[in-house]
Ligand binder design. Structure first.
Ligand code: GLU
Length: 445
């Protein structure tokens, strides 16, 4: 980081105390920017980088709701509208007890550059709540979502801000949120939220898109070296929406996923994951991962262990931030892993990234590798705007070609800056310059 960026980073830390994840996301972008600012001095003018680090708007609100016994709970709701230079704010909602302003700001900051990389007209935002949907009945989740949307509705709109899902927010929650929005607005504005069900304005492939996109990104990395996923041993962390569909697509492309996890531990199976069984356990029954070992007859459950101890060619962290540290990175490299791609947002710690790169492991950062989800949200917005609905294969082809364009942009940009295969540098600079050029054109706002 050069002196100018260092000063800005110090100010970010000072002005945003107690938000380590946000600091980490800013530091990881800044780590790549010195060379870009060297070639484009105009990006250092008009406090452009400082403005990028300050959300356009941050909303925090009270969310009261009644549980099934009539007891009232109070949660906190957030929406951080970070950047609207490329399009309406776009990014998911996360419902998880760990959610706080710093986590939403890190996610919103990442989202700006990720969305820029898709090449589609979407700005960056993120929201959520410290509400924990785990163990709550459908009715409790519904009442929470209705209360959350009663406040959020005044800040969103198809041309303003378009939320979607993230951890803890799937189609069930999107349905309750959209239902309440419709009721309050007395209009069916389907473009206000994405991740909807197919019969009520959703897009085919949206559910699968983040996971499929990660697999497509990895395929591109392998193809650029004359290789493919065929026969590769793959380890995936998590077993939520991103993990399930990354596993499905990796196996469709000939890879064998030998392990996946949840917060209780991981399962290992030399036969590859039985995806229909995993979907039934996680999507329908919302049960724990040991159920997979109990029922598949061919998997072992390891309680509280690290899934990164399982040797593999490719590792896909698809659970949550900072889940793969430098020790895990060392283990992966020692066991022969050659590619790590982030399905989750910032799952590899900065020391983990350094360790992987020093060991020569190719690393796909989340803002590139997991951009397929938000890209397909933008395709859902296109279908809503034209009152159309596209076939699965067509939408999947669009996703595949967007992921391949993202990979090319990362690789070409990295090459231009003299660091081929440094996809972190490529993704950061390609995303940053897209946003910076638009900011220069739009003036100081
Ligand atoms: N939560 C997803 C992400 O991290 C998707 C957001 C969206 O579809 O708007 O990119």
């Amino acid at each position: 980081m050069d002196a100018h960026l260092n000063d800005i980073y110090d100010a970010v830390i000072r002005r945003n105390p107690g938000e380590p994840e946000f600091h980490q996301a800013v530091e990881s972008l800044f780590g790549s920017l010195a060379v870009a600012l060297g070639r484009h001095p105009e990006y250092a003018d008009d406090a452009l980088v400082e403005r990028m680090c300050e959300p356009e708007r941050q909303i925090i609100f009270r969310v009261p709701w009644a549980d099934d016994s009539g007891r009232i709970h109070v949660n906190r709701g957030y929406r951080v509208q970070f950047s609207s230079v490329l399009g309406p704010y776009k990014g998911g909602l996360r419902f998880h007890p760990s959610v706080n302003l710093g986590i939403i700001k890190f996610l919103g900051f990442e989202q700006i550059y990720k969305n820029a990389l898709t090449g589609l007209p979407i700005g960056g935002g993120k929201g959520g709540s410290d509400f924990d949907p785990k163990g709550r009945s459908d009715r409790e989740v519904m009442r929470f979502c209705q209360s959350f949307m009663t406040e959020l509705q005044r800040h969103i709109g198809e041309h303003t801000d378009v939320p979607a899902g993230d951890i803890g927010v799937g189609q069930r929650e999107i349905g309750y949120l959209f239902g309440q929005y419709m009721r309050l607005k007395n209009a069916h504005e389907s473009g206000v939220i994405t991740g909807k069900g197919i019969s009520w304005g959703g897009s085919l492939v949206r559910k699968e898109a983040t996971g499929y996109g990660v697999a497509y990104f990895v395929s591109n990395v392998l193809e650029s070296a004359g290789d493919s996923l065929d026969g590769k041993r793959v380890v995936v962390s998590g077993s939520g929406n991103v993990a399930i569909y990354a596993i499905e697509k990796v196996q469709q492309q000939g890879g064998i996923v030998v392990a996946c996890s949840d917060s209780s531990g991981y399962i290992v199976t030399e036969k590859g994951i039985d995806v229909p069984l995993l979907k039934d356990i996680k999507e329908r029954r919302r049960a724990r991962i040991h159920t997979y070992a109990d029922e598949s007859g061919s998997a072992t459950f390891v309680r509280d262990g690290s899934v990164w101890d399982v040797d593999c060619d490719v590792a896909l962290p698809c659970a949550t931030q900072n889940e793969l540290d430098h020790t895990a990175a060392e283990t992966l490299a020692r066991n022969g892993c050659t590619i790590v791609a982030e399905g989750a947002n910032m799952p590899v710690t900065p020391a983990g990234v350094r360790t992987l790169r020093q060991a020569g492991v190719k690393f796909g950062p989340g803002k590139a590798a997991n951009a397929g989800g938000v890209a397909t949200s933008a395709l859902e917005m296109q279908q809503n705007a034209s009152r159309d609905s596209w076939h699965f294969d067509y939408t999947d082809q669009r996703l595949e070609s967007i992921m391949s364009d993202i990979f090319q942009r990362c690789r070409d940009t990295a090459e231009t800056y003299g660091a081929p295969d440094d996809y972190v540098l490529g993704a950061n600079i390609a995303g940053f310059t897209t946003v910076a050029d638009a900011m220069c054109a739009l003036g100081v706002v």
